[in-house]
Write a protein that binds this ligand. Sequence first.
Ligand code: SF4
Length: 254
Amino acid sequence: MFSLIRTGRSLEAITAASYAMVRYYALAPFSMNAIREPRTATLTVNEIYHSIQGESTWAGLPCVFVRLTFCDLRCNYCDTAYAFYEGEKKTLPEITSEVLKFDCPLVEVTGGEPLLQKNILPLMTALADAGKTVLLETSGAHDISKVDVRVHRIMDLKTPGSSECERNLWSNIQHLTRRDEVKFVIGSREDYEWSREKMREHNLSQRCHAVLFSPIFGRIEPREIVDWMLADNLEARFQLQMHKFIWSPTTRGV
Ligand code: SF4
């Protein structure tokens, strides 16, 4: 009460200011923590492992994967549903030191959807600062513009057959650069034609480093997509999920 009298501010004004402050911090818990307390900022991590990169133009290279928990999409072909909820909170230094122990120059941040946790931004920066080549695999449903410019973004555009097509954040396209790759996961002729048209409409083969056409595993014969691509002379790269041929398709941590 003494301070109220001294400052001349009403109780309502002070309560409103306090509420606004609490709300501000509550809305941005991860990024504020990361900026203020980098040593105690955390991420919920599903798994960290060393394997062979199975997709993208980086396929075949040894890579450390940091798989984050949580995803707000439910693609009907999802092969990492175990990452929707399972995970353990770790501080950014804990994650970085676990990654560095593998002594591998390539690191991929994946999920789930990594961009749901804002502390992923300082983690990717820390990994790039440590001299790693950093890849980000993202669903394309969240803003990619705040990602460190040194990171190679591999962004999905969800096809109609995924059942999550309406979640594509089209404004992301303007942020893509020649470091980035766009992936279409295709399960039918309709998906293929949709992908081909989006690719042409947004000039993706010029805008990005690569456009990837990938079959939904077990839903479509890969050969069909290859035939269509050849018939259309498409400036895209066909890919298979290499890890599903090296190990059993349901093996985790590979
Ligand atoms: S965005 Fe990825 S992790 Fe999320 S549901 Fe789709 S395939 Fe699964």
